[in-house]
Design a protein around this ligand. Structure first.
Ligand code: NAD
Length: 511
């Protein structure tokens, strides 16, 4: 793999860094602190990356502020055309970038390529959007007055992203923020810095080819930048994707300076399996949802809430399906499950299993940390399944690993209550061929999540819809529908073309 990855890095223009990558023109680091990127696939170090210190950060923000003055003045459809070119460049680099995502993060190659496809799709979406940043026109209560609203860019948008979608989350935010007229600063996860450098270089080339000044898109690597962004009044919007624990810190800091934030935090997603479900389809949805990306998606299926009449049958089918899972190198297309991101994640998996057992969980597929020549990184684990009660502390938490909990129910009302009875509210699903059940699940008395699916699992989403969740998932929305409004400020304009100055609400004020 090492030779292959070297050629991938070379094709993406990021080979010339060993031992310490000086980010030079693409803003990053003069800081003395260096972070290493290790692949969870084989445990090998891919590169050292110099992080951004306070001085670098200040330079980035100054440059971004200057760039904003130019960028906001470029007509939105022209900004859209630049995002179109980004989409084309991503098409050209899809294979290499997808491979790097797979190798640095550990998801399957198919999922890595799928992530790049999502980036391409959101660019296409943003191009269309660049001609549709509509505001409403209202009728004024005063004669010879016109009232309407328009949407203006915010300024500097910071994107802080999680390791598990190391490239797509950036593009969801950046493609939209750019067509809206903002400039972007990206702080990626320190676990996947090379994916970020690769994306940044691709966009930097597009911007340079269009003579766009530096600072429209910047990259700051390293943990120091997170805190600086949270507390920086010059950053108008912080779009944060990550754990609820860190989201709470970011949200409080940004709110205390009256900044805006979009919060995309942890999930605890359930599928309700009705006795009227297509069980074969349900098994595929459940297993992919639970073990895809080794259970490291915010939308991963963590709980199955199964109707009691089919519980035993479904459980047996599930155990059989788990027996067929192939765990190993995610770049080998024969494998279903790759590694966790690092050994710290493996520890969390092990501790969650122990805690579950202490609370009474009955493991019908046992967990294990895998060892041997195929698992040298120490990051591969056996996906496992446990029978639990919904109220167990461990079930109420999001463990970012392939642990699936089974819960039994009698009535659909009970199932919906169980599904909703967790602190998080991201994704949810019901498997049923019964229209009444499906509609009740989707009604106001149904799922309390931002995403509710029928006969589709919880995992993954299309870019056309607004993506995000409620409660401790943070309430933010990204990607499609009208999520673009989160990246703009609304201005209401009233124009008087009368020869007098009538006041609103009929107030008289004569001099
Ligand atoms: P994390 O919270 O550990 O890190 C997320 C980002 O925050 C990283 O870039 C990290 O460096 C940065 N960070 C850490 N401390 C910070 C601070 N004090 N201020 C600002 N930034 C700081 O999350 P992770 O382990 O990378 O990702 C997994 C989590 O992300 C899971 O909980 C998952 O559900 C969630 N996630 C949510 C969504 C969603 O759309 N809802 C999508 C992907 C991941």
């Amino acid at each position: 793999m090492q030779n292959n990855i070297n050629s991938v890095l070379k094709n993406l223009g990021i080979l010339e860094f060993n031992p310490a990558y000086s980010t030079g023109k693409i803003w990053g680091g003069s800081d003395t602190q260096v972070i290493a990127s290790y692949s969870p696939v084989d445990g090998k170090k891919i590169a050292d990356i110099q992080t951004a210190g306070k001085e670098d950060y200040e330079k980035v923000i100054d440059t971004a502020q200057q760039a904003f003055k130019t960028w906001r003045g470029i007509p939105a459809p022209k900004r859209g055309d630049i995002v179109r070119q980004l989409g084309d460049a991503l098409r050209a680099h899809k294979e290499d970038l997808g491979t790097l995502v797979s190798y640095e993060m550990g998801k399957s190659l198919q999922e890595g390529l799928g992530e790049v496809q999502e980036m391409i799709d959101i660019c296409d979406f943003a191009v269309g959007l660049s001609r549709q940043l509509y505001g409403l026109t209202m009728h004024s209560e005063r004669p010879h007055h016109r009232m309407y609203e328009q949407w203006h860019p915010l300024g500097i948008v910071a994107v802080i992203s999680a390791f598990n979608f190391p490239v797509a989350v950036w593009s969801w935010n950046t493609a939209l923020a750019l067509v809206c007229g903002n400039v972007c600063v990206w702080k990626p996860s320190s676990k996947t810095p090379l994916c970020a450098i690769a994306c940044h270089r691709i966009l930097a080339e597009v911007l340079a080819a269009n003579d766009i000044p530096e600072g429209v898109s910047s990259l700051v690597i390293g943990n120091a930048a997170g805190d600086l962004i949270n507390n920086d009044k010059r950053v108008s919007l912080v779009s944060f994707t990550g754990s609820t624990r860190i989201g709470r810190i970011v949200s409080a800091a940004v709110a205390s300076r009256f900044g805006k934030s979009i919060l995309e935090l942890g999930g605890n997603n359930a599928i309700i399996i009705s006795k009227e479900a297509d069980l074969d389809m349900s098994i595929i949805g459940a297993v992919f949802g639970a073990v895809g990306t080794a259970g490291q998606r915010c939308t991963s299926t963590r709980r199955l809430i199964i109707q009691e009449d089919i519980y035993e049958d479904f459980k047996n089918k599930l155990v059989k399906a788990y027996g067929q899972l192939r765990i190993g190198d995610p770049l080998d297309q024969h494998n279903h499950v790759g590694p966790l991101i690092d050994t710290a994640a493996v520890d969390m998996y092990t501790k969650a299993i122990e805690k579950g057992k202490a609370e009474g969980a009955n493991f019908v597929v046992e967990g294990a940390v895998l060892s041997g020549p195929d698992y040298t990184s120490g990051c591969y684990v056996q996906p496992c399944v446990a029978e639990v009660e919904n109220h167990y502390e461990i079930v109420q938490e999001e463990t970012f690993a392939p642990i699936l909990y089974l819960i039994k129910y009698k009535t659909l009302e009970e199932a919906i209550a169980l599904q909703n009875n967790v602190p998080q509210g991201l994704s949810s699903a019901i498997m049923t061929l019964n229209l009444r059940e499906a509609e009740l699940f989707l009604s106001a008395a149904g799922s309390d999540c931002g995403i509710a699916n029928v006969n589709i699992g919880t995992s993954g989403a299309e870019i056309g819809g607004a993506f995000g969740g409620e409660k401790e998932t943070g309430g933010g929305r990204e990607s499609g529908s009208d999520a673009w409004r989160g990246y703009m400020r609304r201005q209401t304009n009233t124009i008087n073309y009368a020869a007098t100055l009538p006041l609103a609400q009929g107030i008289k004020f004569d001099l």
